[in-house]
Design a binder for this molecule. Structure first.
Ligand code: GLU
Length: 385
């Protein structure tokens, strides 16, 4: 079975899944939203009109919008050629975010829609309780009939606190609220089989059944001029959403009535189907939200037990401990060739795991002096990749 799908079958899936999509996350990037003199009012207004149309059709919609830094830059007339430091970006986001919300508020107001601002850092989602709080707030906004507009809280985000980009943020939000569909509007038409700049016969891929290594390798063919994400990060976002049971779309954000056309089943852009087996919510949080703080290298027996037999990770199967992590932190499990096999929450700190690695349960108390230690990562807290 190829990862792409033929036209007829793809059309059928699109129509069915767009019809059924009740909860939709739309992500729009800076490249679409801004032009030389700041936020592009026409684009903002079109977006508001299209989202209002979806909302009026009984759908719950979230907008994940970039554009704060770009809007801030234009507002104080900083040239595009100036290389920005983190501090400057943080300050520009503070200037631009209010402008962004002001413009959205006005535009959505024309269509009788209320919006709400939510600014998130990565640590808001990495903290399980705060993660669930964000979800509750969004669901309450839906009940009020309000459209949440989400961006990263760039002003307080430092490197460790950051999402990799807004594609990543959009996919995490889609999984957080179990969205049926993640729509990524950008300045490229679609994912292409080969590079359309060098190959005049390059074919767009309309429907992706599954994000395989071949599909990931095609990302370089569809370069976007602007924006932090690029096609690679859009494809990993689509993969994440598909594991959460949703479908995704990547396509041209500047095309007039793009959402209307999409929801009437038009074959435009690239559509990604949901994965057959949906990963549980907590496991998605472990696999996609948490950033691993270290790694454990496993022997062959432990690799086979984890990947093939659904077992927990015991101290005896660990040959090496890397990084400095605390109890409860997320760690990667690697095989002898450094391939990532799984990720999970460690029951112990790196210091403790170093002392008990390679030991059988019966030896642990005698040799390392610890009691009641069985698994280092319990199966319930582990995701095999
Ligand atoms: N949060 C950034 C902004 O509003 C954009 C990040 C991104 O596009 O990935 O300017």
């Amino acid at each position: 079975m190829t990862p792409e799908m033929d036209h007829e079958e793809g059309l059928y899936y699109r129509q069915t899944l767009f019809d059924k999509a009740k909860r939709v996350v739309i992500k729009v990037g800076s490249a679409i939203l801004t032009h030389e003199s700041g936020l592009n009012d026409e684009v903002v207004d079109n977006l508001a009109r299209e989202i209002a149309f979806l909302h009026n059709s009984g759908r719950e919609v979230i907008l994940v919008s970039s554009g704060a830094v770009a809007a801030g830059k234009r507002k104080i007339r900083l040239s595009d050629t100036v290389e920005l430091s983190i501090k400057q970006k943080q300050a520009l986001a503070a200037i631009g975010q209010s402008q962004l919300m002001h413009d959205y508020d006005e535009a959505f107001g024309h269509y009788d829609k209320n919006i709400a601002q939510i600014l998130l850092t990565h640590s808001d989602l990495a903290h399980r309780k705060r993660y669930l709080n964000v979800r509750n707030t969004i669901l309450t906004l839906f009940k009020f009939g309000v459209i949440p507009v989400i961006n990263e809280n760039d002003t307080v985000s430092t490197k460790e606190l950051k999402f990799s980009d807004n594609d990543n943020l959009g996919a995490l939000v889609a999984n957080l609220i179990e969205a049926d569909m993640f729509i990524c509007l950008t300045d490229v038409d679609a994912l292409y089989e080969s590079n359309p700049l060098t190959d005049p016969d390059a074919k767009p891929i309309y429907t992706v059944r599954e994000v395989t290594a071949d599909i990931e390798a095609m990302a370089g063919n569809s370069k976007s001029a602007l924006g932090t994400g690029g096609m690679q990060s859009k494809i990993s976002a689509a993969k994440m959403v598909s594991m959460g049971g949703g479908s995704s779309f990547i396509g041209p954000g500047r095309r007039m009535d793009i959402l209307k056309h999409l929801f009437s089943g038009e074959m435009v852009g690239t559509f990604f189907l949901p994965h057959k087996e949906k990963m549980q919510s907590r496991k998605r949080w472990i696999a996609y939200v948490l950033k691993p703080k270290g790694a454990l290298v496993l022997d062959e027996g432990a690799c086979a037990a984890i990947c093939g037999r659904g077992k927990s990770l015991l101290p005896s199967g660990i040959v090496e401990v890397r990084g400095d992590f605390k109890e409860g932190d997320s760690v990667r499990c690697l095989d002898g060739q450094d391939h990532s096999l799984a990720v999970g929450l460690s029951n112990f700190s790196s210091g403790t795991v170093s002392k008990i690695k390679g030991l059988r349960t019966s030896q642990i108390e005698k040799i390392a002096g610890f009691r009641d230690i069985e698994e280092v990562i319990h199966r319930d807290n582990m995701v095999v990749l």
